[in-house]
Design a protein around this ligand. Structure first.
Ligand SMILES: Cc1cc2nc3c(=O)[nH]c(=O)nc-3n(C[C@H](O)[C@H](O)[C@H](O)COP(=O)(O)O)c2cc1C
Length: 303
């Protein structure tokens, strides 16, 4: 399959996690035929799939079985179950035939000549069919889902990660105080263009930024804070609508202790405009990504 350019993963069902399956477009499921049907572990695996929403995904069933009219077929059983789950069968089932030497135990079988070649060509066929059916947008959706699954799995924060949020909150409070001190001491950093709207936008973006950290600290979950990050992005974008640059960076260092001033004294208005503009552009790009991620992670976490 990989030769056709699609990403493919081969996993033993005993090691696979069913909840990860929703991240794949095509599920090719196979098992040895035992007692005319699929082996027990495969049946257990299929039972677990009932809890997932796999409607509209694509599927293919295969098996290994003896070369006999009376062999039965695991693939037939699997194909039927996949269909019952709402999975579209992309290609009719196939069997890799095995031979059992006279007197050998039923498990001591060998693949019949030509079977490896047959399944190599089936793999390529599946890869091509999957690519045709997926198209570019499908790939993007799967990538999004993979990302959302990763985020959902790390949604619950560890104690040390929550502790790290305390440091972030303190940092943000210091930044807010730094700006407020400029205002209170009238250093000249804020120009006359800094009126109440500009103050609302500046402190609003700082406060919502802090609220995201506080939410992570209190709840120990990440996804909820995405909504608050949205608010921060909106503040940045609105500040662009009202575009004024109400700062004079010649006075930025005034509130910094003298021995540290060299660290920020090089920041001119023109230099400061760059992160300001990047923040606005980032906010525009960030909003749709954050909304999609928030909704996808929420859906995954509710399962
Ligand atoms: C307990 C047992 C029951 C089996 N029953 C069947 C059967 O009903 N039909 C059949 O074609 N093969 C049967 N076989 C043979 C298996 O299908 C064969 O060993 C298997 O497909 C080989 O593939 P594997 O090497 O991936 O296990 C049976 C084998 C075992 C061990």
């Amino acid at each position: 399959m990989q030769e056709t350019g699609v990403e493919a993963e081969s996993v033993n069902i005993k090691q696979s996690r069913v909840d990860r399956l929703t991240g794949y477009d095509l599920l090719a499921l196979g098992a040895p035929t035992q007692y005319f049907t699929a082996s027990k572990p495969l049946k257990i695996f299929l039972e677990q799939l009932k809890g997932l929403d796999l409607k509209g995904r694509r599927g293919f069933a295969f098996d290994t079985r003896l070369d006999s009219r009376l062999s039965g077929s695991a693939a037939k059983f699997i194909e039927k179950r996949l269909q019952e789950l709402g999975i579209d069968i992309i290609r009719p089932r196939a069997s890799a035939l095995v031979v059992c030497e006279k007197g050998a135990k039923p498990e001591d079988t060998m693949l019949k000549d030509g079977m490896e070649d047959l399944f190599e060509s089936i793999g390529k066929e599946l890869g091509t069919l999957d690519k045709d059916a997926t198209g570019e947008s499908g790939m993007t959706e799967r990538q999004h889902l993979g990302w959302a699954e990763k985020e959902a799995s790390r949604d619950r924060m560890t104690l040390s990660e929550r502790g790290g949020e305390i440091a972030t909150v303190i940092g943000i409070i210091l930044v807010a105080l730094f700006f407020y001190a400029h205002q209170a001491w009238s250093t000249g950093f804020f120009t006359s263009a800094f009126a109440s709207t500009e103050a609302f936008l500046l402190y609003g973006s700082i406060l919502t930024g802090m609220a995201g950290s506080v939410a992570r600290l209190v709840t120990g979950r990440r996804n909820i804070s995405r909504l608050l990050e949205l608010a921060t992005s909106i503040f940045w974008i609105v500040s662009w609508l009202f575009y004024v640059f109400p700062f004079n960076f010649a006075h930025f260092a005034d509130m910094v202790p003298k021995f540290l001033r060299f660290l920020v004294s090089w920041i001119t208005n023109d230099i400061a405009r760059i992160p300001f503009a990047l923040g606005i552009l980032g906010g525009v790009a960030f909003i749709p990504v954050n909304v999609i991620l928030y909704l996808m992670v929420r859906r995954l976490l509710r399962r």
